[in-house]
Design a protein. Sequence first.
Length: 128
Amino acid sequence: MIDALIIIFSTLGALFILIAALGVYRMPDFYTRLSVTVKAATIGVGCILGAAAFHFSDFAVTTKVFAVIFFLLITSPVGAFLIARVAYVTGVKLWDKSIYDELKRNTENNLSNKPETPEHKEESEKKE
């Protein structure tokens, strides 16, 4: 029974990592490639680590594996967000067929060198 779980988790992990690799090849721009890669690779590595936990079935190994999976699930999305944000600020272009740019207004406001004064707040409220 444990062998079947190990095979299932290893296969799922390998398939998710394959999907991540195909996503890098098939997606049209940097942002969608990053999104697909982070999501699929995180799940894939988590499944493979889960298979390792089943295989060794030692408390110390299992604890370490689940700690690694936990930190991977916490840090991967944050890292991907920061990479995408820096890419956007440095000028990496969106896909030509992108419909909506959510960061455009937010980034323009954050990158302005104007001090945050009451007059500046009133001006920005009038523009909106």
